[in-house]
Design a protein around this ligand. Structure first.
Ligand SMILES: C[S@@+](CC[C@H](N)C(=O)[O-])C[C@H]1O[C@@H](n2cnc3c(N)ncnc32)[C@H](O)[C@@H]1O
Length: 284
């Protein structure tokens, strides 16, 4: 009979708790589980207005970007500007802690806000959705309020993390200036902002001069605003990289990570739009 010590019992598997507990879960796992979960609601196609592609897969991909590139933590207070119909909010329900994290989403499309408020808020009371009646030529052409005078209904420094995916790609120059000021006002010092957008610079211009370009921006046009279809303003908008960074800097927002340029302008990249992380300066 052997008196060797009994082998240690294998450790009990860690409790699977995606949103609770002191340790942040692994975002790759959360994103994969989310993308494969057929119980996650998806808006019906007739109410869908936020672009092509697999709704869940795109949300899962961006959750990974928010965490890996942007440093989003489960305890953060998140503001999403232009939340559409919940494509980013839904995966965030699986990441933000119910006890400590929170989410506020704003958009100019009433029906998208209504779907999110009816579908998400009853299960996740820390997720709130707000309709804003600002005009946008594509999404809310009959809005009552001029978007270039936006004043979002939140106190200064209220948020740790602001999300704006594929929204500056539909705003004009004056409205972009107004939203940059709001982002600077609403983020706490050290807070971060994650954007996906089209940044015009020499490399993008070179790509746009190639045959295989996907968007019809005129690389020779005078900036800082470039319309993909000047006859339909707001369908696709790019901004001069340097102009935009100077605008953000005026509102205390500096580059927080190297820009992950996308393949919209012919570059080789895994992502379509450019991904930008900004950090709100301390002591302003
Ligand atoms: C391409 S969709 C992206 C939606 C969402 N961010 C996503 O990635 O699923 C652009 C969104 O910007 C919103 N939007 C346009 N103008 C806006 C404004 N002035 N304020 C807030 N949202 C706006 C639109 O209503 C639309 O939901």
């Amino acid at each position: 009979m052997s008196h060797a010590a009994a082998p240690a019992r294998p450790e009990a598997p860690a409790a699977i708790s995606l949103v609770k507990g002191p340790r942040a879960p692994d975002v790759g796992t959360v994103a994969r589980v989310y993308a494969a979960n057929r119980f996650i609601p998806v808006p019906p196609s007739e109410r869908h207005f936020v672009g092509d592609g697999d709704f869940r897969a795109i949300g899962a991909e961006f959750l990974g970007h928010f965490v890996r590139l942007g440093g989003l933590a489960p305890t953060h207070r998140v503001l999403e500007i232009g939340c559409g119909i919940g494509r980013m909010a839904l995966p965030l329900t699986q990441w933000l802690s119910y006890g400590a994290g929170s989410y506020d989403g704003v958009d100019v499309v009433k029906d998208g806000i209504a779907w999110c408020a009816q579908t998400i808020t009853p299960a996740y009371g820390n997720f709130r959705f707000h309709h804003l009646d600002y005009r946008n030529p594509v999404y809310n052409p009959v809005g009552n309020l001029p978007a270039d005078r936006v004043a979002l209904p939140f106190a200064d420094g209220r948020f740790d993390f602001v999300v704006m995916t594929s929204v500056l790609t539909h705003l004009d120059q004056a409205t972009t200036e107004a939203y940059a000021a709001e982002m600077g006002r609403l983020l706490r010092p050290g807070g971060r902002c994650f954007l996906s957008l089209f940044l015009m610079n020499d490399d993008a211009r070179a790509g746009l001069r190639q045959e295989h370009r996907r968007l019809a921006f005129d690389p020779g046009a005078a900036g800082p605003e470039y319309q993909a279809d000047p006859a339909n303003p707001g369908m696709g908008v790019a901004f001069d990289d340097a102009w935009l960074m100077a605008l953000f800097a005026r509102h205390g927002l500096r580059l927080g990570a190297p820009v992950a340029y996308g393949h919209w302008s012919g570059r080789r990249s895994a992502n379509y739009q450019d991904l930008l992380v900004l950090v709100r300066e301390e002591g302003r």
